[in-house]
Write a protein that binds this ligand. Sequence first.
Ligand SMILES: CC(C)(COP(=O)(O)OP(=O)(O)OC[C@H]1O[C@@H](n2cnc3c(N)ncnc32)[C@H](O)[C@@H]1OP(=O)(O)O)[C@@H](O)C(=O)NCCC(=O)NCCS
Length: 147
Amino acid sequence: MIHYVPMTHAHVAQIAQLEKICFHDPWSENSIAAELENSLSLWLVALDGETVVGYVGSQSVMGWADMMNIAVHPQCRRQGVAQELVERLVAALKENDVTCLTLEVRASNEPAKALYGKLGFQQVGRRLNYYRNPKEDALILRREWGK
Ligand SMILES: CC(C)(COP(=O)(O)OP(=O)(O)OC[C@H]1O[C@@H](n2cnc3c(N)ncnc32)[C@H](O)[C@@H]1OP(=O)(O)O)[C@@H](O)C(=O)NCCC(=O)NCCS
């Protein structure tokens, strides 16, 4: 049974490991830990027992939130974990008077694009050559819900 909690220091090392597994350009343990000291940040973690199987990170300013990253352990994918993380994040952001959530996704990242499409995100722009390793455009997606 997966449960969902706000990130704490106890989760940081496991999140950094997942970052290395899931991304070419992973966040370091220090960068992730710094989010815990940032009052603008909200990160949620999916736990199977004490094992981190997924996480989502966000920062909000003046009612606008950015999703910094989301990942699910390869062995735990297609079980609705990412969908649950995003829906719980949106619910928590609504409580904090945030009215929209924006993110960037690699143009070729079909699983992530399918996830965001299912969750009601719409493309609002494109950043040319935004990513490195390998170089690729970012699609800018947004979900708005108003007050
Ligand atoms: C993208 C990612 C977070 C999805 O996590 P997940 O827990 O497997 O996603 P979910 O099980 O919640 O999927 C929800 C919906 O998203 C879509 N989806 C997710 N993975 C998909 C895939 N591989 N192919 C097609 N659709 C997919 C489906 O519509 C799915 O609903 P369904 O299973 O009922 O068909 C995961 O693949 C991942 O960690 N990828 C590597 C990191 C990454 O790319 N992060 C995004 C950066 S922008």
